[in-house]
Design a protein around this ligand. Structure first.
Ligand SMILES: [Zn+2]
Ligand SMILES: [Zn+2]
Length: 266
């Protein structure tokens, strides 16, 4: 079995000086690779350093919608940051009307800039959407996001939203939330998404899955997400791992191109 954690934040302070043990735990739990996702301009060098320092870690370039005071990137900035062999995606980007209120036009403009950068450099998008599904899908359509595709990460919306994103060529990524006992509606959504359109992730250090709920999350725990998806789809964790790992390397072609990963991508 070979899993990929499609979304984590290993540059966050929770992991400072713990990277060797985090990587050991990944190996012990059949988690071969992880994608370290950028949230600010200041944080991006740390994300890139992780990917440069470890063959099985990848990076993305972007500024998260929950950082209103962040140094605003324009399209050229994003394209420049992403022009690196270990940067396999643009994001995370998107809309979040749950965490932030008021006039969020800046958030929508930031999202449009990320989609334009992704199309310019030809790398897929990592999209965060919370309480903003209609606007997220509308902007994805208006900006032709389907040209590059990507993933709706840490998905917590409805089956209809998942289907609309899949129609635009996007994958749906489930996090540890799907293991929570009170997540019955999301478990139904996960049942509705075909395995060949799905990724698994931790969003570490947040959202640790059962049985680690409440602790600091880490990529090794993505196996608990895969086990829950297997239960919901009445299949084996190995089948979920095979599908989601193939989907990961199929979407993030920059990751599959590295010779050290050719076996994982096969
Ligand atoms: Zn997110
Ligand atoms: Zn994230």
């Amino acid at each position: 079995m070979r899993l990929v954690d499609s979304h984590c934040h290993l540059d966050f302070p929770e992991f400072a000086s713990r990277i060797p043990s985090i990587l050991d735990a990944m190996a012990a739990n059949d988690v071969g690779h992880a994608l370290c996702v950028s949230v600010t301009r200041e944080g991006f060098p740390g994300v890139l350093a992780l990917a440069e320092g470890h063959a099985n870690l990848f990076a993305s370039a972007g500024v998260h919608p929950d950082y209103p005071e962040a140094d605003e990137p324009n399209v050229a900035d994003l394209v420049r940051w992403a022009n690196h062999r270990k940067v396999v995606a643009i994001g995370e980007t998107g809309l979040d009307y749950f965490r932030l209120k008021g006039d969020l036009e800046w958030q929508r403009q930031r999202f449009r800039n990320h989609i334009r950068a992704a199309r310019e450099i030809g790398k897929p998008l990592i999209i965060h959407t919370r309480s903003a599904a209609a606007d997220t899908l509308r902007i994805m359509a208006e900006e032709s996001a389907r040209e590059v595709g990507g993933v709706m990460h840490c998905f917590t919306e409805t089956s209809a939203v998942a289907a609309a994103a899949i129609d635009m060529g996007f994958l749906i990524s489930f996090s540890g939330i799907v293991t929570f006992k009170n997540a019955a509606a999301l478990k139904d959504v996960a049942r509705s998404v075909p395995l060949d359109r799905m990724l698994v992730e931790t969003d570490a250090p947040y959202l640790a899955p059962v049985p680690h709920r409440g602790k600091v999350n880490e990529p090794a725990y993505v196996r608990h997400v895969a086990e829950e998806i297997a239960r919901l789809h009445d299949t084996t964790p190995a089948a979920v791992a095979a599908a989601t790992t193939a989907n990961f390397f199929g979407l993030f072609k920059g990751a599959a191109r590295h010779p050290e990963n050719s076996r994982a991508a096969a």
